[in-house]
Design a protein around this ligand. Structure first.
Ligand code: ZN
Length: 291
């Protein structure tokens, strides 16, 4: 199984178009140690030819252009793509806007939770992906689903499970406190190679590592995990946004209540995410992992 990091940045990317913070200024200036990052997404393939995207970021067109594996092959017809399926972890703009780059009458399958499919179904702009060509397939919680797209069996299965998170920002209702939920607005995905049985987890948005999630991840070979924030209040303290990490649906990386501390007892054998000092590796655009 090949796993390619298409994008390793948070929503907005790095630098974010309208952000003038010290970090975004440093990346624009080319300061060593500040690499640009597109918005988070992975591509996975069991056979190296047919690919499943995990989330479709607003930067998808740029990400496809930077990945030769995702271009039409020399022997393909006039319209072709190695991308045969997309699986979504939630309905965030960061994760669905790239679907609009996948128009032009190309067949692939779209997998998501029922609540996310409802949100897409309520927005007519997504009818540009005609359902005859792009079937929308509901991911039921804790069921491993064999991934198929454009008539091809990808040799991969996806098992979705709810993680603490929140509903997409554009669906928030001021009258109903609908953040911090575990009802399936935010999913983790376990991607399984059908032939080898190897699997890894993709959890790009997560507000808390609760006991069920910790149990699930204990002993995992590989986890890609939310690294949006290092500290709960960093956006507030820098004057960028008046929201805590919890309010945005993201656990902080550092501190006693952070993800590094929560992962410490879980025996994850190869940890890919943040903070190398703690044995974590920071994902970069274009990084590739074989499992
Ligand atoms: Zn910034």
């Amino acid at each position: 199984m090949r796993i390619k990091v298409l994008g390793s940045g948070a929503g907005g990317g790095f630098p974010q178009w309208n952000c003038n913070c010290g970090n975004c200024r440093a990346v624009r200036a080319g300061t060593p140690g500040f690499a640009p990052r597109t918005q988070s997404s992975l591509a996975v393939s069991a056979n190296g030819a047919d690919w499943l995207l995990l989330n479709a970021s607003p930067d998808l067109r740029q990400q496809i252009s930077a990945a030769p594996e995702l271009a039409p092959g020399a022997d393909d017809g006039l319209r072709a793509s190695p991308i045969k399926a997309v699986a979504l972890t939630n309905g965030d703009v960061d994760h669905v806007a790239g679907l609009l780059n996948m128009r032009e009458a190309q067949a692939f399958s779209l997998y998501a939770a029922g609540r996310v499919l409802d949100a897409l179904g309520a927005n007519p702009i997504f009818t540009i992906l005609q359902t005859q060509l792009v079937p929308r397939i509901e991911l039921h919680m804790d069921e491993a689903v064999a991934i198929r797209g454009a008539g091809i069996d990808l040799g991969l299965a996806v098992r979705a499970f709810p993680v603490p998170g929140k509903i997409a920002l554009y669906l928030e209702n001021a009258n109903a406190p609908n953040f911090g939920t575990s009802a399936g607005d935010t999913l983790g995905l376990e991607i399984i190679d059908a032939e080898t049985g190897h699997s890894f987890f993709y959890i790009p948005g997560c507000a808390k590592i609760d006991a069920p999630l910790a149990d699930r991840l204990r002993g995992a070979k590989l986890v890609f995990f939310d690294g949006t924030l290092f500290q709960e209040n960093e956006m507030i303290e820098q004057g960028l946004l008046g929201k805590t990490g919890t309010r945005m649906g993201h656990i902080n990386v550092g501190g006693a209540d952070g993800s590094i501390a929560a992962f410490a007892p879980l025996d994850v054998t190869d940890e890919y995410a943040v903070a190398q000092a703690a044995g974590w590796e920071i994902g970069e655009d274009g990084m590739e992992v074989s499992l």
